[in-house]
Every structure is written in structure tokens, then in C-alpha cells.
Design a protein around this ligand. Sequence first.
Ligand SMILES: Cc1cc2nc3c(=O)[nH]c(=O)nc-3n(C[C@H](O)[C@H](O)[C@H](O)COP(=O)(O)OP(=O)(O)OC[C@H]3O[C@@H](n4cnc5c(N)ncnc54)[C@H](O)[C@@H]3O)c2cc1C
Length: 406
Amino acid sequence: MPEQQPIVVVGGGLAGGKTVEQLREKGYAGPLVLFSTEPHLPYERPPLSKGYLMGESERDEVFVHDAVWYDEHDVELALSEQVASVDLAAHQVRTTSGRVQGYSNLVLATGSEPRRLNLTDLDAAHVARVLTLRTLDESESLREWLRPGVRLVVVGGGWIGLEVASAARKAGAEVTVLELDPLPLQRVLGAQVAEAFAAKHRREGVDLRTEVTVAGVVADGEGLRVDLDGGDAVGADVVLVGIGISPRTELAEAAGLDVDNGVVVDGRLRTSDPDVFAVGDVANAPYPRLGRRLRVEHWAAALNQPEVVAGVIAGGDATWDLLPYFFTDQYDWGMEYHGFADPRSQRVVVRGDLAGGEFVAAWLDDEGAVTAAMHVNQWDDGDAVKELVGTTLDAERFTDTGTPLG
Ligand SMILES: Cc1cc2nc3c(=O)[nH]c(=O)nc-3n(C[C@H](O)[C@H](O)[C@H](O)COP(=O)(O)OP(=O)(O)OC[C@H]3O[C@@H](n4cnc5c(N)ncnc54)[C@H](O)[C@@H]3O)c2cc1C
């Protein structure tokens, strides 16, 4: 009998960790290898800009499983081992250290990496003060800076930038957020809801500057100066760059898989090669309930897509049909969002106290159907908010807080 080739998982984030878990859950008993560039056990990233960054939760809590679990479930963890290439015809991956590993099925869970600023004019000591936030190590580096008196400049008012601003203000740091658009989060939430988030940050003491473009970051004594187009500048002890992420598609692309804003997968999360799957941030998947494809850079896709892949590999007829979902915590505002809206072309209807941070918002297409719904601090209505997506909304009834949402 020829030796059975393992299922190989590339990536040690939530999607990779969940893939090996789900394969074992669905009864796959053969060999299983997970490669990760990072030295850590597979882990989740949301706490890195929230509780863990603020020192409110323990390091152990970020891991998908502890080391014993991988031992007990006979999963080989090849940590600090980067997969450099995939040979689809030979069913092999090759790592940068020269290991050649055959596979029966391959699951790409390579995630994303942060976009960076060009810092070629800075020396190493100053470069060390310009941070991104993607890894456990980066969260720990940033945490060192979150204390009273430190001047933090956040470049980019997206989810990560705003969560870091919130954590830093709670720690007593002086925070400036620099945003290109008229409002942070405007592209995702539209002006009306984005304005509520902007006002909240200003009330919490953030110096929020919008419609500004960073021209460069230069040394200023031991610290930094962030130069803006038009001549303004902001002094900083530390800079956090949160200007978006790019999916890590290089492996897939070089192997000849279909790549288009992520690795293109079908409803079973299979790539253009029938033995290769992609999950999490890197996967561009169909969302049947929205009638479109999306690459969702959020926790829930990485959490739930592995179950589908494991089901398909186990011979079932699993398909991916969940709605996109994400959450954020900023100060005392906890938010959940279901679905997907384009606020430039879709109308938003709000129920509750927008400015006070207790509201539900729904986005409607031309026919009045809800394409996305979110709430801030309306946890009792959490399920009802999700159920709104796909329904046709009676706006008058919806905005009347005297009537139940569901
Ligand atoms: C700070 C932070 C806060 C977040 N907060 C939220 C939140 O509140 N809500 C929410 O919904 N989402 C949040 N997200 C997004 C969420 O964490 C991501 O969607 C999720 O991490 C994606 O998981 P993933 O496993 O697909 O990819 P990743 O987590 O990026 O993991 C990919 C892993 O693959 C490894 N890898 C890549 N290439 C190779 C290779 N060639 N060989 C070996 N290993 C490789 C990488 O090193 C990495 O360990 C947050 C993200 C960050 C960074």
C-alpha cells in the first residue's frame, strides 16, 4: 500500500486552526500537517486590538487550541515554516527551509498582510516606532506604548485604527487619527452612521483629522513627525499604520490557481484545482444569499468556512451560505454587522439613539429589501437584527422604537 499523503493546511490563523479542528471533528483520521510562518500556535486576532492589547485578557485566550490538543489529535504543527511554493501537478508543497511535503488535499488559509508606508528615509530606531497590527508580537509591541503622555498617531480610521485609538485613549495616551475620507468608516457605513462613530471618538478625546493625506514620516529627535500634504505636520512618539490589508495570494497565483481579489473558490470553497481549497481572509467566495462574490476580511468567515471544507473533504455536500458578519468594540460601544451594503447607492434607516450609541441601522436596496443590518449596544435585539437581512422593511414600523424589532 502506498503511504497515505496528509491533508496540508497552509496558515496558522483562525482559519488554519479551525480547519484542522473541523477535519478531525468530521472524522478524518489520516495524517494532517499545518504550516505556519509564525512561531505561535494558531490564534485569533480580534483580541489583539481589544482586550489583549489593553492587558485585560491573557495570552492563552487568543489560541484556537492549546498545544496538548494538537498532540492529542495527531496534528503535526510545522511552526516558523513558510510554504514557498505549491506544485499542483505533483501534489506537493515546498517550504523555504527546503522541506518537500506531498498532500492529498491542500487548504490555503494564508490570510492577509497589512499595507505599509514607505519608510526608506528612516533609520532602524525610528522604523521601530512605526507599527502595524496583525500579529501577536505586534500587539505586544504596541501595548508597551499605551500609557499616559505618549503621543500616538494612527494613520487610517478603519476598524483596526479606531479600535487602537479606543484602547490608547483608555490607557491615557494622546491620540491623533488621520483619515483620508471625510469620515472614518464612511465607505462601509455611509456618512450618517460614520458620523456617530467620529463624534464618539472626538468625545473620548481623539484628535480626529479627516480629508488628510500622509506625505511621509520623518525622524524628529528620538520621535517622529508625520507630514501631511499641504504642509501640516503632527508630532508622534509612535505611529500605528492601519491603512488596510492585502490578501496573501502569492502562493496561489504562482501555482496557477485562479486569483481575483483573493483566491477564487466555488460554493464548496474549492479553488480552480479540485484538490485545493481556500478559507478565511484569502478566499473570494460566493455568498448565495447576497447574490454576489465577496472576500470577507472578518473573523466569522475564518471561523465558519473550515467546517464546509472539512465536510466536503469528508464526502458530504456542505456548501457555504452564511451571511458576512463582523463585530467591533470601541470604548463602551459594542457593534455587530450582518450582510453587505454599499452605502453610496443604498438608503440607510436608523432606529434608536444614533449619537448615544444605542441603535439599529438597516441598509435598503431599490426594492426596499435589507442588504445589511447592524446594531450598537442593542444586544437583546442581536438575533432580530440578523433576521432583518433579506426581508423587506416597513421603514415607519422599523423606526418606531415602541414596536418590537422582530
Ligand atoms: C488586530 C485585529 C483585530 C481584528 N478584529 C476583528 C474584529 O473585531 N471582528 C472581526 O470580525 N474581525 C476582526 N479582525 C479580522 C480577523 O482577525 C481576520 O479576518 C482573521 O484573522 C482571518 O483569519 P485567517 O486565518 O484567514 O488569516 P490570518 O489570521 O491572517 O492568518 C494567516 C496565517 O497564515 C500564515 N501564513 C501566510 N502565508 C503563509 C505561508 N506561505 N506559509 C505558512 N504560513 C503562512 C500567516 O503567518 C498567518 O499566521 C481583526 C484582525 C486584526 C489583525
